[in-house]
Write a protein that binds this ligand. Structure first.
Ligand SMILES: C[S@@+](CC[C@H](N)C(=O)[O-])C[C@H]1O[C@@H](n2cnc3c(N)ncnc32)[C@H](O)[C@@H]1O
Length: 526
């Protein structure tokens, strides 16, 4: 076994030991999720493929070195003779000590420091190869002062304003600009979230205006890279140089970095304007709507998130329990259980409008003052006191309502979409439901209210309800994946605005009768 392979064996043991010293939550706060060795080696091999065209020796830097997975990978992928210098920075003294003892004799210089507070080196001392997996510390775990300091540092050096919602990895990537020599290559393993969310804007601006973006590979979210970090990962590759005019970057998805499943080159000019970068590479071409412009679900439905009560286990109770507290029927409304408990896609209504389900739940929603309740409905009032004993009235949502047990106003929606789900075993990540009952829905659902003309068409011919449900169910999984947000483990979430952007083509197709002749009416308010 080579000396590097031996050191790597010891590194894996040390990593396991160090990881076991903190639970996942503590590691999350500190951004300590080690890169799986196979992934680090894949990234280093990828870098070597590019490096072979170059004549200059490698000066390597990992600003979040951990136990040195990327240095180990570098040593495995690059011939030793091509590596002139290597440095790592690490905040946690336990990792510093381990990295020093494992790799010190192999040429890695490790500094114990907070990378973001370090003065960048002079231009001639900068590195020309960064391979790293920076800490993915969410913004909630970065203190206010710390955030301001980071924001100022980026603004001062790059003139880029970073949103307060950005995670630590964004600052790492931006601040590392001053550590990389002109012409240097950087390969960052980071969460793919920045590609879609608003806080990612600063990174996207950097990648399209300050450096030459070469390649972004996204791993398939069902195939989580960091099982315990719950993020889906992207590898972002760029060179520190001015992009030539009409420059294009390669976007790939699925498979591996070296052998991706799908690929597409995207002009930088397109990326500068694009809101969602995870739309690339495109798996399928979008079909335009009947008038050339795509008709979207937002054209046909007003879409809202379901009710947030602030304490579902207090405000949503089984019907028998509500009866046992003698809560008057005027103060309760039927509400659907979690989608997991709904076997059918069509929710039928009983004679009283309540859903016909094994488990019938009620939402407590009352606008009368407590004084009145204590006199007229003492048992109901007593129930409310049990909530007060649990400080439910002081919760974030309840304390902002008056009285605290009155809910937001939402009408029952005839169509619902689940708010989150997994795309597993060929199943679509989201389910659509047709709600025939008066039941409301919690924020585990998105509510689809037909807009005026669709509502009129449904009213004129109630058979259309079923056609609409079937058409919604036909929406292509790829379309959901393009618009929704992807979390680790193949978990998708869909916000109302994202659902509204989905093409309504299957719906328009399905409602054939309305498409011809009556289409003018159906889409008159589009
Ligand atoms: C995602 S881990 C990656 C570790 C290692 N490079 C790997 O790939 O396995 C990020 C590392 O950054 C370290 N870290 C967190 N904040 C840091 C900071 N401000 N400066 C330097 N290192 C930091 C963590 O302790 C952790 O070891």
């Amino acid at each position: 076994m080579s000396k590097v392979a031996e050191a790597e064996q010891r590194r894996l043991q040390a990593q396991e030991r160090l990881d076991a010293q903190k639970d996942a939550a503590a590691r999350n706060r500190a951004g300590q999720f080690a890169t799986p060795p196979s992934l680090a080696v894949e990234i280093a091999r990828f870098a070597w493929e590019r490096w072979q065209e170059r004549a200059d020796p490698v000066c390597f830097l990992d600003p979040a070195i951990g136990t040195g997975s990327f240095y180990s990978a570098l040593r495995q992928a690059f011939p030793a003779g091509r590596i002139a210098a290597a440095a790592g920075i690490e905040l946690d003294p336990r990792f510093v000590e381990t990295a020093k003892s494992l790799w010190g004799t192999h040429g890695l210089e490790v500094t114990e420091a907070d990378f973001t507070t370090q003065e960048p080196p002079a231009a001639r001392e900068r590195c020309n190869l960064i391979l790293t997996n920076p800490p993915y510390v969410r913004h909630h775990h970065i203190g206010r002062e710390e955030k301001l300091r980071l924001q100022r540092a980026v603004a001062r050096r790059l003139g880029i304003k970073v949103s307060g919602l950005a995670g630590l990895y964004c600052y790492f990537l931006l601040l590392a600009d001053f550590w990389l020599a002109e012409g240097g290559l950087a390969v960052w393993l980071i969460p793919s979230e920045f590609m879609d969310v608003n806080y990612g804007q600063a990174v996207k601006r950097y990648l399209t205006e300050h450096v030459k973006l070469l390649h972004i590979h996204r791993y398939c979210p069902a195939d989580v890279q960091f099982a315990d970090a719950l993020v889906s990962s992207a590898v972002v590759v760029f060179e520190k140089s001015q992009p030539p005019p009409r420059h294009t970057a390669l976007f790939t998805h699925g498979g591996t970095l070296l052998e991706p499943r799908i690929r597409q080159t995207i002009p930088l000019a397109t990326l500068r304007k694009a809101r969602k970068w995870t739309n690339y590479p495109r798996a399928s071409v979008e079909v335009p709507g009947p008038n050339g412009d795509a008709i979207t679900l937002g054209d046909l439905f007003t879409i809202k998130r379901g009710l947030a009560t602030g304490a579902n286990d207090f405000f949503i109770r089984p019907r028998e329990e509500v009866d046992s507290w003698q809560i008057p029927t005027d103060f309760v409304k039927p509400i659907l259980p979690s989608p997991r408990r709904l076997a059918e896609e069509i929710i039928e209504a009983g004679p009283d409008g309540y859903p016909v389900l094994a488990e019938v739940l009620c939402l407590i929603d009352c606008a009368r003052p407590e004084q009145e309740l204590s006199q007229r409905y003492p048992l109901f009032w007593r129930y409310l006191q049990t909530g007060k004993e649990r400080a439910i009235h002081e919760g974030y949502l309840a304390s902002r309502r008056s009285p605290w047990y009155a809910q937001e106003k939402r009408a029952p929606a005839p169509f619902l979409c689940t708010y989150m789900g997994r795309a597993q075993n060929g199943r679509k990540p989201f389910r659509f439901l047709w709600n025939q009952s008066r039941a409301l829905a919690s924020n585990l659902y998105l509510l689809l209210y037909p807009k005026a003309h669709l509502q009129a068409a449904l009213h004129a011919d109630p058979r259309l309800y079923r056609a609409v449900l079937l058409a919604l169910q036909q929406i292509d999984t790829a379309a959901f994946i393009r618009e929704g947000r992807v979390y680790g483990g193949g978990l998708y979430k869909m916000e109302p605005k994202e659902l509204a952007r989905l093409s309504a083509d299957p719906l328009v197709e399905a409602i054939g009768g309305w498409r011809k002749g009556r289409q003018g009416r159906l889409f008159a308010d589009v």
